[in-house]
Design a binder for this molecule. Sequence first.
Ligand code: UDP
Length: 245
Amino acid sequence: MKTNILGINFHTVDQKEALNQLRIFLREDKNHMLFTPNPEMVMKARDNAEFAKILNSGDLVVADGIGIVIASRFNGTKLKERVAGCDLIQKLFENINHELSVYLLGAKKGVCEIAKQNIESKYKNVKVIGFHHGYFKKENEPDIINEIRQLKPDVLLVGLGMYRQEKWIYDNKDILPVKISAGIGGSIDVFAGEVKRAPQIYQKLGLEWFYRVLKQPSRIIRLGALPKFMFLVICRYFKRKGMKV
Ligand code: UDP
């Protein structure tokens, strides 16, 4: 089942169901796209029809942001919980009972190497068989694509920042022989220990965004989209109820 938040269709799954879906994807011979939009991405997609089309073509689209979960409460079909991309991938790594090959694409130079070491020492069944930093030029792209085509990883994690990563996954989905391509934002930094996740208490209270702003005050600009997002969600709710807004 899906629920539509300002034009983007989210699958109404909790983390466990999302994980099961990823397991199914791994058994199928097809490149499945996993997207994890937050309110900022939904707002960008309102102004960018191509981005909306890309997100809506995802094989699994989960809510990476408490704002999305709250917004779904104004819909007939509610989202059960936030499913952060980083948590979902960690759960997949933790629970996989056969060898899983992974390619990392994204983050600054040198970060993927540390992420690879950390991932392989923490998750015994996961092998990072290739990686490339995320600050490549257009002319280097064919080499990266060729490498992924040769290595055929099960999972391709793409952390190039929102929009760019989803577009990259979408543009290359038919030529990459992988089972899952996931847009994962700053998760490679998290695997490398460059960026710390918020403590559990912040995550439970839906305040991870607040913790990230405390740690990196420049992110406050990115929260600018949030009040407008909530305003539009509420307006749409009242309109559906037949009230004038
Ligand atoms: N990044 C990248 N190439 C770029 C811009 C960003 O590889 O041209 C990486 C950046 O180093 C970071 C991730 O993309 O690892 C974006 O992290 P952020 O938490 O900002 O994710 P977002 O919220 O934009 O998805």
